[in-house]
Structure formats: structure tokens, C-alpha cells
Design a protein around this ligand. Structure first.
Ligand code: C5P
Length: 405
């Protein structure tokens, strides 16, 4: 998806610099060309040799390297890229940027560039939370600088909290979003996918046969059209969509919280097969046979209906809400009633009776129901369904609405 894109990657000095090596690999796998710049502090963590070997390019390190000036001056270097990425972006580099300092190669390139800049901060949690750093983040955001992360978690220094550099694939996703050119550029689309697991006890749970294949395919198709995708997924066997912001959950309650957290969105597609019920009080220890033939009785409570709740939001309702109706009989009648009940704009209905092989299979046969009526699409691969749906969503979100299919 980044084929032919040129990334100028500035590697700052921090333990997270080791992840920059993986980032180079991931960017190149995605088709990008990576020109690396290593700060002198960055060199304390990764060697110029490993950086250049992975990038298959010369590493730029010194502002006053006359050879470089003869070959390519710093102004040209800062502008020859489509995007400048700083990973890890240290507190020091961010402070320099916020002040407009240019006293080494990295800061000079950042001041001289006319391209978008994406920062992946990495630092100790106290440094990240320090008022000075937060002031600099606000200044840089105001200057139009893009950020990915930092994540929260265990840090190399032993502390816990925000400050970990975003994972390489999340940075790749942010790079794709920053360079997006398709009809969904600038649009944020939320997708739920996969089954949920509702615990009975620590080793048992209630699940369903959803593979997550259709949800992943929809995410990929929307990403290909330039959307920023948040993908909230239950435990799945299908490959997760590279390039999406992925939020992994287990239960319906967790999926509900993750969806609410991800709003606002321009559109939301609810492809998950959410469990309708959860066990009221899952046991903390494994339920044992009592040896006398007495069977355990499970009490169920209804899970939140995420689709219905989002469809009925007064504020922050996505402009387009799409649900799925997996039915085993009277597909159109049931899906029509379900669309009205749930309050979504579009309902994609499909017949999941075992003989169709749709649940967990590679094909799908759907009918799209909207306020305008319904249309039945021929049976096709889930990828093709996803592409058709993505184009429809792009046409719906376009201003003015266009017909793309
Ligand atoms: O009611 P039913 O489960 O058939 O509705 C299916 C649609 O509703 C799907 O789009 C599914 O993702 C969504 N749903 C939901 N939360 C639930 C149950 C279903 O978002 N608890």
C-alpha cells in the first residue's frame, strides 16, 4: 500500500530505537523506500550498519558531512521524501522541534522540511507526563505535526504508564493514513469483527463460529480506499488487517467499551458476531463435577447491543451505521425488521444456515437493505463483498454523494 512512497526516517536516541529496525523492515515490506537518519544519541542504541543494511540505503548522520552536501544537501534530503517519520521521537527532539532549533542533522531536517511529519514518541513515563513535554506536544500538534502513540505499558526502565513507542505495525498504519490518497482519505471508520468469548469459569467460555474473515476483508478494503480504520476484534483465527488500529477484546462488554472509546467515527460497520448473553457471575475457579450427577446451572444476562446503542446515540452517532443480520430463515423479512429495531442505516443480511457454508467459509451472499429498499448481491468471495461495500461506503460519505459502483 506504500508502494513507491519515500519515507525519511529519523531514529532518535532511546531504547525504543531497536524497534525502528523492525519498522524499517515493515515499511519496506509494504513497498516504501526508507532513507534513514541516525542521531548521535540514536547511534548509542543501534548501529549505522544494521540501519543501512535493513534500509538498503546509506545512513545520514552528520550535518557537516561535506560529501553529503555534495551529494544531497540537507534541504533536499528533507524534501525528497513524501513523509518524515521520527521513531523514536525523544523528549529532547520534540523540545527542539517545538522551539525551532536546528543544531544537528535531525533537527535541521525537521525545520527545513515542507512535508508532513509523523512522530512516534518514546520516553520514560514521567518525562512524557512532564508539563514541558505536554506543552511541546500541544505546540507541535498546533503546528500540524502528527503523532502515533505513545502506548501505555511496562517500560524498559521498569516503570509503567504511557511512554512506550507505538508498535512498528501501528506506525506503519499511521504512515498509511498520513499518505492516504483514496476517496476515504481523512475518514475514520470503526469496524467490529469476530466472535466474543463469554467466560463460564477461567477455562471455559461460550463462543460462536465467526472467523472474523468478513470483518478483516472489510477493513482491508476500506484501508485500500484511504480510510483510517479502528478494528475492534474478538478472538479470531482470520489474519488481522495490517494498517488498521487494532483493539483486541474478548467479551461483549469489552467490545462495547472499546467501541465507545473509538468514537467519533464517520462510519461504523458492525460485523462482529456478538454473544447475546453472558454468564451472570462467571466462576473465579474451575467448576468441578460434584460426583453425584448434579449439573451446574448457568444464569444468563443480556449483553449490551452495541449496534443498537451506537445507532441511537444523540451525539457522536457516526454518519453511516452498518449492521449485519445473520439469519437462518426468512432472511429479508427478519433483516428488515432488525434494521428498523436496531436503528442502523444499512443492514447486510446473509443466510448462515449450515448448508450455505457461509459462517466460517470464504464466500458470502448478502442483501443490502436500506431506507431505499433492498438489493441482493450475487454470491461472491468475502473479499469481493468487502470491496463492493467499501465502494458503497465511499460513495455515501463523499460530499456530494457520488456513484462509484
Ligand atoms: O441481533 P443480532 O445479533 O442478529 O444483530 C446482528 C448485528 O448486531 C450485527 O451487526 C452485530 O455486530 C450487532 N450486534 C451488536 N451487539 C450485540 C449483538 C449484535 O453490535 N450485542
Amino acid at each position: 500500500m506504500l508502494a513507491g512512497k519515500r519515507i525519511l526516517l529519523i531514529i532518535g536516541g532511546g531504547i525504543a530505537a531497536f524497534k525502528a529496525l523492525d519498522l524499517i523492515r515493515r515499511l519496506r515490506e509494504d513497498g516504501a523506500q526508507v532513507t534513514p537518519v541516525l542521531t548521535s544519541a540514536g547511534e548509542q542504541f543501534v548501529t549505522p550498519l544494521s540501519v543501512s543494511a535493513l534500509a538498503a540505503q546509506k545512513v545520514y548522520r552528520d550535518l557537516f558531512d561535506l560529501n553529503d552536501e555534495a551529494e544531497m544537501g540537507h534541504i533536499e534530503l528533507s524534501r525528497a521524501a513524501d513523509l518524515v517519520v521520527v521513531a523514536p521521537a525523544t523528549a529532547d527532539l520534540m523540545a527542539k522541534m517545538a522551539q525551532g532549533l536546528a543544531n544537528d542533522l535531525a533537527s535541521t531536517l525537521l525545520l527545513a522540511t515542507d512535508k508532513k511529519v509523523l512522530l512516534a514518541p518514546a520516553m520514560n513515563v514521567r518525562m512524557w507526563q512532564h508539563a514541558a513535554t505536554q506543552r511541546n506536544v500541544a505546540t507541535l500538534t498546533g503546528d500540524g505535526i502528527l503523532f502515533v502513540g505513545p502506548d501505555e505499558g511496562q517500560m524498559a526502565c521498569g516503570e509503567f504508564g504511557p511512554g512506550r513507542m507505538a508498535e512498528p505495525m501501528a506506525i506503519v498504519a499511521a504512515v498509511r493514513t498520513a499518505l492516504a490518497t483514496g476517496p476515504l482519505k481523512g475518514k475514520h471508520i470503526l469496524i467490529t469483527s469476530g466472535p466474543t468469548h463469554e467466560p463460564i469459569d477461567p477455562v471455559r467460555y461460550i463462543a460462536n463460529r465467526s472467523s472474523g474473515a468478513q470483518g478483516s476483508a472489510i477493513a482491508r478494503a476500506l484501508l485500500a480506499l484511504g480510510a483510517k480504520v479502528t478494528f475492534v476484534t474478538g478472538p479470531v483465527v482470520a489474519a488481522l488487517p495490517d494498517g488498521a488500529q487494532i483493539v483486541q477484546v474478548e467479551t461483549a462488554a469489552q467490545m462495547h467499551a472499546a467501541v465507545m472509546d473509538a468514537l467519533p467515527a464517520d462510519a461504523a460497520v458492525f460485523a462482529a458476531a456478538v454473544a447475546d448473553w453472558r454468564v451472570v457471575s462467571a466462576s473465579d475457579s474451575k467448576i468441578k463435577k460434584d460426583g453425584k450427577g448434579k449439573l451446574p446451572v448457568l444464569e444468563f444476562a443480556e449483553n449490551p447491543d452495541i449496534l443498537s446503542e451506537v445507532s441511537h446515540l444523540a451525539a457522536a452517532r457516526p454518519g453511516l451505521v452498518v449492521g449485519f443480520a445473520a439469519e437462518t430463515d426468512d432472511v429479508i423479512a427478519n433483516a428488515t425488521a432488525k434494521r428498523a429495531r436496531k436503528g442502523c442505516d444499512w443492514m447486510l443480511a446473509n443466510d448462515v444456515s449450515p448448508e450455505t457454508g457461509i459462517m466460517g467459509g470464504s464466500e458470502n451472499a448478502v442483501t443490502l437493505l436500506s431506507a431505499d429498499g433492498y438489493e441482493t448481491w450475487p454470491r461472491m468471495k468475502k473479499d469481493a463483498v468487502a470491496q463492493k461495500l467499501a465502494l458503497r461506503i465511499a460513495a455515501e460519505l463523499a460530499d456530494p454523494k457520488t456513484v462509484l459502483v
